[in-house]
Write a protein that binds this ligand. Sequence first.
Ligand code: NI
Length: 271
Amino acid sequence: MFVMRQILRIITSCVLVAFLSSCGFLKKKDVPPAPVKVPVTVPKSSNYTAMNLNRAPMRNPNIALSGSFQKTQVSHSSGNRSKPYIAMTFDDGPHPVHTPRLLDMLKRRNIKATFYVIGNKVEQYPHIVRRIVAEGHEIGNHTWKHDNLQKLSGPQVLADLKRSTNAIAKVTGVRPRTMRPPYGALYNTQRQMIMDNLGMPSIFWDVDPQDWKRPGPSVVASRIVQGTKPGSIVLAHDLHGPTVDAMPAALDGLLRKGHQFVTVSQLLAEK
Ligand code: NI
């Protein structure tokens, strides 16, 4: 009886499969034809190189380094030259269009950078500053409104930096650990005073592509890739569209050379 029932069940399923096949249910789906690649011709006189859109960008390794550094040195323009780490820094933002665009580029490459933001712009675009922090980047203090600090008194400098730190802390919940003076203008006595009163080292750079003069994205990218060495701190401005346009080539070029991206605090901790 049991065997008979089993045989009946098998016959029923065979009939069902045959029926479905005849209706077209179990037919293999048609494979779409491979996309036809249209050759792109570029005039020989042009320096333009077509971007390879088929290739995924290279990715920075996940780097778990401490960000606690010694506060013995009042200013820095580079990190450890015998380790593979570098720090990208972006000044004068946040910018409502260019900063989010840059954040997308960094995210695709798993690169953490440091943003030296201007206090009053933090108040203007709090959501962008929150995104910077949420995506693992570091925030640095670039003063309240980009004044030349060499023209201010000691108390004025401290009040300016505190105001900016408070604006950052209010919208993100984190306090900046380093500062960068606008125009790189800061007396040694002021650097010492900022360290003594606010515990922040002043951060300069050793690679300056002069991107604010807008020499064009390819020039900015090649200056960054050529100039960067292990331990470098690279200066750039997310305020300028062409600088952000230069970043895919600059970041990919640096990754190809074996540089590993960390934040400024991590770079100082490795010194
Ligand atoms: Ni600046």
